[in-house]
Design a protein around this ligand. Structure first.
Ligand code: FAD
Ligand code: FO1
Length: 456
C-alpha cells in the first residue's frame, strides 16, 4: 500500500513480537499521511496494536506561543480523528529522544515509525533515539510527493536541475491515498484523552507574540483553505501572486509546515480542478519543485542555515564586498521593531509581526535589505532566520532557511551584475517594487496597523 520508495529503514531492531508506535512529528494529520498508513499496515501485518505519540519539545528553536497554539490546536484534532479510528494518541511532554525511549521501554514497543524531516534538530532526535532503543525504526517521507531521497541523491544546483528529475517520476507517486482503516484491536493502550490545558504550561519564549486570529489550525481548516483557493484564487494566481496588495496566493504554507495537509492532496485537487492551465503549472512549480528543492537542500547540505552553506561563487563575491561601506546599518532590535529608514521594509516587517505571514514577494525584498543593512552576510542570515522563525507561522521550515539563503547567499540562483555590498548576489530595490505593485497602498496598510514602537 505504501510505496517502498517512501520507506527508509533507520534501524533493523531485535526481531521480537511487540507493539508498533507512530512517532508523529512533521505530518500532524490523521488522513492522507503515508507514515500513518504505513504504521497501521505494519501493525496489521504483525498482528500487534498500534499507538501514535507526539513528543512536545518546549524549546523548539524559534517557536513561540503563536506556533505552539496553532500546533496544539491541530494536534487536538488529530487526537479526535484517531479516536474515531480506535487508535490511541498520546502527547508526551519533554525532549523526544528521552521521553520516546522511555515510552518504548515501558510498553515493550518493537517497531517505531516516524516521518521524514531534513532539519538538523530532527536528525539529532532520531540519531539519539537509535542509541537508546533496540526497536526497529522506519522513516517515511510523507511530506514530498516524490520522496526526497528518490528525487535526487545529491544537493541540486537549482530548480532547473531538480525539476526534470521530479517530472520524470511524478506520475509514479502522485496517486490517490487509501482511506485509513479502523484499528481492530488497540491492545493494552487505553483510548484516553490528553490534558490539552496543561500542555501549554511550560515556559514559552516570547509569550508576548499572540496566536494569529485570521487562520484556523487543523486538518479540516486546511481543506477549507484549499477549497477557497480552488474556487476563488487559482485562476488569478499567475497574474496576481506577486502583488502583496492582493490576497492571491493559497495561504497554505502554515498547514503544509505543520503537516495539517499534504502537498499531494493539494496537487491532486489542483490538477483535477484546472488541468493543463498556466495557473496550475505555475502553482505546481512552487508547490512541488520549489518546496521539494528546499527539502533537497536541507537534506544534503547540513549548513543550510549559514554562510558556509552558500555556493562557492556566492561566498567569494560576498567576501570581496565584505568591507564595502554600508549606507545604512541596523541592529537586531531596529529590524525587529520595524525602525529602519525604509517604510516599505518596515511595512513588510509589520505584516509578518502582526499577521504571522509576510507576502512571498515581500520576503525576498525583506531579506535582501537585511543583507544590505547589516555588517556582514553572516549577521544577515542570523537576523533574517531569527525574525523569520520567531514571527512567521510557517517559519522553522526548510522553505524558510532556503528562502533566506536564496535571498542573501544566492542559493539556487545565478550571479548577477556586480554592485557594492551584494557583489553578484541578485539585487532588489524600492524602485523595482514600485514597478511591480502599489507600494504606497501596501505601506499605508501595514504602517497604519500599529505604532512601530509597540508591536502588539
Ligand atoms: P503559494 O504561492 O500559494 O505557494 C503554495 C506553496 O508552495 C507554499 O505554501 C509553499 O509550500 C510552496 N512555495 C511557494 N513559494 C515557495 C518558495 N519560494 N520556496 C519554497 N516553497 C515555496 N516558506 C515557508 O513555508 N516557510 C518560511 O519560513 C518561508 N520563509 C521564506 C523566507 C524568504 C526570505 C523567502 C524569499 C521565502 C520564504 N518562504 C517560506 C517561501 C515562500 O515565500 C512561502 O512558502 C509562501 O509565501 C507561502 O505562502 P503561500 O502558501 O500563500 O504561497
Ligand atoms: N515537532 C515535534 O515533533 N515536536 C515539537 O514539540 C515541535 C514543536 C514545533 C514548534 C514550532 C514549529 O514550527 C515546529 C515544531 N515542530 C515540532 C516541528 C514541526 O512539526 C515540523 O516537523 C518541522 O518544523 C518542519 O520541518
Amino acid at each position: 500500500m505504501v510505496k517502498t520508495e517512501r520507506v527508509h529503514v533507520l534501524k533493523e531492531g531485535i526481531k521480537k513480537p511487540g507493539p508498533v508506535v507512530y512517532w508523529m512529528s512533521r505530518e500532524q494529520r490523521v488522513n492522507e499521511n503515508w507514515a500513518m498508513l504505513f504504521a497501521l499496515d505494519l501493525s496489521v501485518k504483525l498482528q500487534q496494536p498500534l499507538t501514535v505519540v507526539f513528543c512536545l519539545a518546549s524549546n523548539f528553536p524559534g517557536a513561540t506561543l503563536r506556533h505552539y497554539d496553532f500546533m496544539l490546536k491541530g494536534l487536538e484534532e488529530v487526537e479526535a480523528g484517531l479516536l474515531k479510528k480506535n487508535i490511541p494518541f498520546y502527547l508526551l511532554m519533554g525532549s523526544p529522544p528521552e521521553t520516546l525511549a522511555d515510552f518504548i521501554a515501558e510498553y515493550g514497543i518493537c517497531h517505531v515509525v516516524t516521518d521524514f524531516d531534513p532539519l538538523s534538530i530532527k536528525r539529532k532526535w532520531k540519531g539519539d533515539l537509535l542509541t537508546k532503543t533496540t526497536a526497529s525504526v522506519y522513516e517515511i517521507d510523507a511530506h514530498n510527493i516524490v520522496p526526497c531521497r528518490i528525487a535526487s541523491q545529491k544537493c541540486e544546483f537549482g530548480a532547473y536541475t531538480l525539476r526534470p528529475k521530479i517530472k520524470k517520476r511524478l506520475h509514479e507517486f502522485l496517486d490517490e491515498y487509501p482511506m485509513l482503516a479502523v484499528q481492530k484491536n488497540q491492545g493494552s493502550f487505553p483510548l484516553t484523552k490528553n490534558d490539552w490545558i496543561s500542555a501549554l504550561q511550560f515556559p514559552l519564549s516570547n509569550p508576548e507574540i499572540p496566536p494569529v486570529e485570521w487562520m484556523k489550525p487543523g486538518e479540516a481548516a486546511a481543506k477549507i483553505a484549499l477549497q477557497t483557493f480552488l474556487d476563488q484564487k487559482l485562476e488569478r494566481y499567475n497574474e496576481k501572486r506577486n502583488d502583496p496588495n492582493e490576497d492571491a496566493t493559497s495561504q497554505l504554507s502554515p498547514y503544509l509546515h505543520f503537516g495539517h495537509i499534504s502537498a499531494q492532496r493539494i496537487a491532486l485537487e489542483i490538477i483535477k480542478n484546472l488541468p493543463g492551465n498556466p495557473n496550475t503549472e505555475s502553482f505546481l512549480e512552487e508547490l512541488i519543485v520549489r518546496r521539494e528543492l528546499s527539502d533537497n537542500f536541507c537534506f544534503y547540505n547540513h549548513q543550510y542555515d549559514s554562510f558556509e552553506g552558500f555556493p562557492q561563487w556566492a561566498r567569494k563575491t560576498l567576501n570581496e564586498h565584505r568591507h564595502d561601506e554600508r549606507e545604512y546599518l541596523y541592529g537586531f532590535d531596529e529590524f525587529e521593531n520595524a525602525r529602519t529608514h525604509d517604510p516599505l521594509w518596515n511595512a513588510a516587517q509589520l505584516e509578518m509581526v502582526k499577521s504571522g505571514k509576510m507576502h512571498g514577494y515581500m520576503r525576498m525584498y525583506w531579506a535582501k535589505k537585511i543583507l544590505e543593512w547589516t555588517q556582514s552576510p553572516e549577521e544577515a542570515m542570523d537576523f533574517s532566520i531569527r525574525l523569520n522563525d520567531r514571527y512567521q507561522l510557517d517559519g522553522r521550515d526548510p522553505n524558510g532557511y532556503v528562502g533566506c539563503a536564496w535571498s542573501i547567499g544566492g542559493v539556487h540562483d545565478r550571479a548577477w551584475a556586480e554592485r557594492p555590498v551584494f557583489g553578484k548576489i541578485r539585487f532588489m530595490n524600492y524602485k523595482g517594487c514600485k514597478r511591480k505593485f502599489d507600494v504606497d497602498k501596501y505601506t499605508r496598510k501595514w504602517l497604519s496597523k500599529t505604532n512601530p514602537l509597540t508591536l502588539f
